[in-house]
Design a protein around this ligand. Structure first.
Ligand code: IPE
Ligand code: IPE
Ligand code: MG
Length: 245
């Protein structure tokens, strides 16, 4: 089972357009899916879920859509936080806060404060998040902190990212059919397993999610090395046997 599952929640706009609704209706339905996803994943032992809600590039959308997404998230965070808190969910914002509207900024800060000590599962909300901006911000803070360049290693660098509190994602799922990373978790995804589905985000259900977790379970992660079964495929059945020269 993966410890950390991250979602690129794509396809809200197309979902709405397909039913002749305004795009923002897709974002409304999309945000409601998140709690269901947590309810599916938490009992399976997943400890971290990251949802990509708004990228640093999404500011380029028409102003009314940007405002609409902001409102949808402010409202969703404010109205679901109590529920999530009761379910022992910790909420963490990953991304820049400077440019968020006051309402969203406050809702997220309240949610983080209230749920800070919850332990069942962590929900990272990636809002105004961009992988490149995150890496640049880490570099700036490392320099400001006067860190000795010779001591900078991957472990230290990771501690300067928005995701310092969690392990790298084991599995990244993108809905909506596009097969790209769109500036999501660039550093953290170095060895993540990827899954692309053409299902639009509002249509992703528990059945598909469970199925794709099963698929994840059958994958062999090598991290550049070789597993025993790669080296001695004929011995796969017997672990005690040593290979003949
Ligand atoms: C993803 O859905 C959510 C955000 C990027 C905010 P989209 O809004 O990108 O939906 P499509 O890709 O246009 O269908
Ligand atoms: C990725 O979706 C960002 C989020 C899901 C928040 P986009 O719809 O913005 O991605 P592109 O533009 O198709 O790459
Ligand atoms: Mg999209």
């Amino acid at each position: 089972m993966p410890i950390h599952v991250a979602f690129i929640m794509d396809g809200n706009g197309r979902w709405a357009q397909k039913q002749n609704l305004p795009r923002i209706a897709g974002h409304e339905v999309g945000v409601q899916r998140i709690q269901g996803i947590l309810e599916t994943l938490a009992p399976l032992g997943v400890k971290f879920v990251t949802v990509y809600a708004f990228s640093t590039e999404n500011w380029a959308r028409p102003q009314d859509e940007v405002d609409g997404i902001m409102d949808v998230f402010s409202e969703a965070v404010a109205s679901h936080t109590e529920d999530l808190h009761r379910e022992n969910v910790r909420i963490v914002h990953v991304g820049r806060t400077e440019n968020l509207g006051t309402e969203l900024k406050n809702a997220v800060a309240d949610a983080e404060r209230l749920t800070a000590n919850n332990t069942r599962i962590t929900l990272n909300i990636a809002f105004d998040y961009g992988g490149r901006a995150e890496i640049l911000e880490a570099v700036r803070r490392i320099i400001k902190d006067g860190i000795n360049p010779d001591t900078i290693d991957e472990e230290l660098f990771s501690r300067y990212l928005f995701t310092a509190h969690c392990p790298n994602p084991d599995l990244i799922i993108r809905t909506g059919g596009e097969q790209r990373i769109s500036n999501f978790l660039l550093w953290q995804s170095a060895y993540s397993e990827m899954h692309y589905t053409s299902t639009l985000w509002p249509d992703l259900d528990a059945a598909e999610l469970v199925q794709l977790l099963e698929d994840f379970g059958s994958r062999r992660r090598r991290y550049g090395a070789l597993n025993a079964e790669d080296q001695f495929p004929e011995d796969e059945a017997s672990e005690t046997q040593t290979p003949q020269e």
